[in-house]
Design a protein around this ligand. Structure first.
Ligand SMILES: [Zn+2]
Length: 185
């Protein structure tokens, strides 16, 4: 499954400082393949908040990242998904498997939920789901996006190049070694 990455670049997030929806996340280094090193710039056009981070993501051990989202501030954790990564949200029945056309992307938890909703809309069109089902499920997604519904975000990457990065001190993110044997599936 692929995502329209143009949307990602124009996407604006709520600024953790002034609360305006004018925070952009830019990825500066497009020339380095496979996210070995990424320079990220957060910038709020409303209050001027700016934050720069460099992430080094070397091909490594298979890893699983687990984040419990239980309040709106958890939605700001950064999510780096390589194209080999599977995203799971068990409470919402979401599994996004890497496909041949999968892109890597960098966003935050809120952005992941937005992608899930977009994906889901596309599925509805493709498979002609019942509209009532759609409303029921998208309501849950929207609550999750606002941090009003607790859920668990799981990233599983056999190449170890994906990550969830905490957005505040003390935010708990579990990192496990991923067992890539088929027995786990
Ligand atoms: Zn701001």
């Amino acid at each position: 499954m692929s995502f329209a990455d143009d949307n990602q670049k124009k996407q604006l997030f709520k600024c953790p400082f002034c609360g305006a929806v004018s925070l952009s996340i830019r990825e500066l280094d497009h020339t380095i393949p496979h996210f070995n090193e990424v320079l990220l710039v957060w910038h709020c056009s409303n209050c001027g908040y700016k934050h720069v981070d460099i992430f080094s993501l070397k091909h490594g051990e298979p890893k699983r990242f687990i984040l419990k989202v239980s309040s709106p501030k958890d939605l700001y954790a950064k999510v780096i998904r390589s194209k080999n990564c599977t995203i799971k949200i068990p409470e919402l029945g979401v599994i996004i498997e890497p496909g041949p056309a999968a892109h890597g992307f960098i966003t935050n938890v809120e952005g992941v939920i937005e992608r899930v909703i977009e994906n889901f809309k596309r599925m509805i069109i493709l498979y002609d789901y019942d509209e009532k089902d759609f409303e029921k499920i998208s309501e849950k997604f929207l609550l999750a996006k606002q941090g009003k519904l607790s859920f668990t975000l799981v990233l599983e990457d056999p190449t170890g190049m994906s990550a969830i990065i905490p957005s505040y001190d003390g935010q708990e993110i579990i990192v496990e070694k991923l067992n890539t044997n088929n027995s786990e599936k």
